[in-house]
Ligand binder design. Structure first.
Ligand code: HEC
Ligand code: HEC
Ligand code: HEC
Ligand code: HEC
Ligand code: HEC
Length: 188
């Protein structure tokens, strides 16, 4: 117990101290294993997840080469818990004016879907378990960049998950920035 989280006593004087004590109170050995697991979780490796999407959309082409602002498409990030994926009308706003003679097969799929009013079923890349509560708005209001949590998206041809948001990653940053670390901040 002595060196858990780098603190010497049972008195919860710090967020990590409180975290440790709560964890132990949660169930002795189980709690201890729990803490050890999550405290070291960020060190675990994982393989990048980059699903093939129904349309070959490239962030490099849009956000990189053409410098379109992230929030032009992910409009809700600033306003709500969700960043959201853009609706087809956002795509069409531009694409109705680009290469109108021959938009190419990938853009044609977007046009057809828009005509038929069927949304494109993008495959989720970042997805926390249901018991975790996350909120984009609060983070963006603190000027935390998208790249801090999603990597250099403007360089990716295919969107990929480069950061695995384990609890330790959330907690480390919360501690460093005096953001709340109580369990119910993120678990409801
Ligand atoms: C702000 C304008 C803008 C918006 C919004 C936009 N695009 Fe684009 N898109 C472009 C530009 C510019 C190109 C590059 C065209 C070129 O140089 O051939 C492009 C290229 C593409 C290509 C590659 C076309 C090819 O010939 O390979 C696809 C696919 C594509 N966009 C899909 C989308 C989808 C899906 C959306 C909506 C989620 C979207 N775009 C929204 C401007 C936009
Ligand atoms: C032209 C519109 C457009 C722009 C600009 C754009 N995105 Fe996206 N973004 C999309 C679309 C469409 C998807 C869903 C397809 C995919 O994952 O590639 C997406 C997916 C994502 C995802 C994965 C969502 C998931 O499934 O978990 C992240 C993260 C993301 N974008 C971040 C960014 C960041 C950061 C920027 C700025 C550097 C940015 N996007 C700029 C349209 C855009
Ligand atoms: C503090 C970390 C953090 C920051 C900063 C952040 N995101 Fe996210 N983002 C996440 C997490 C975690 C998820 C998964 C949320 C879930 O599953 O509930 C996510 C999910 C997404 C998704 C998938 C759809 C959704 O709304 O859940 C998109 C798109 C996205 N982020 C785009 C962005 C963009 C664009 C920015 C910058 C304007 C941004 N994110 C900033 C952590 C972050
Ligand atoms: C890069 C730093 C950073 C990362 C990573 C981060 N956060 Fe945060 N988070 C903050 C800061 C700073 C605040 C405080 C915002 C404020 O004071 O309004 C915050 C606030 C929050 C809040 C709102 C708290 C409240 O009082 O309403 C929630 C919920 C949250 N974060 C969840 C998460 C989750 C879940 C993750 C991991 C998936 C995460 N955060 C990752 C920096 C971060
Ligand atoms: C800043 C946000 C944040 C705080 C505060 C937080 N957690 Fe978590 N927790 C997460 C995230 C994110 C995950 C999901 C990690 C993953 O997907 O592996 C998680 C996962 C868990 C799990 C694992 C469930 C599973 O899926 O296996 C348990 C148990 C848990 N948290 C308990 C706690 C307890 C107890 C506290 C308070 C001491 C706490 N959490 C505080 C963000 C947080």
């Amino acid at each position: 117990m002595a060196k858990l989280g780098g603190y010497d006593s049972y008195v919860p004087t710090s967020p990590m101290g409180k975290f440790a004590v709560t964890g132990v109170a949660m169930g002795g050995i189980g709690g201890l294993a729990f803490i050890v697991f999550f405290y070291f979780a960020p060190a675990y490796s994982f393989s990048e997840w980059a699903p093939e999407q129904p349309v070959a959309f490239s962030h490099k082409l849009h956000a990189g080469d053409n410098r379109i602002d992230c929030q032009y498409c992910h409009t809700y990030a600033r306003k709500s818990e969700m960043a959201g994926v853009p609706s087809l009308s956002t795509c069409i706003n531009c694409h109705r004016n680009i290469k109108t003679d021959d938009p190419g097969p990938e853009v044609q799929k977007v046009m057809d879907a828009f005509e038929a009013q069927t949304p494109i079923e993008w495959i989720r890349v970042y997805d926390l378990p249901d018991h975790v509560w996350f909120n984009h708005k609060r983070h963006i209001a603190k000027d935390i960049t998208c790249q801090k949590c999603h990597g250099q998206v403007q360089e990716y041809v295919v969107q990929k998950k480069v950061i695995d948001h384990k609890m330790g990653i959330c907690l480390n940053c919360h501690q460093e920035n005096d953001a709340p670390t109580d369990c119910w901040t993120c678990h409801t």
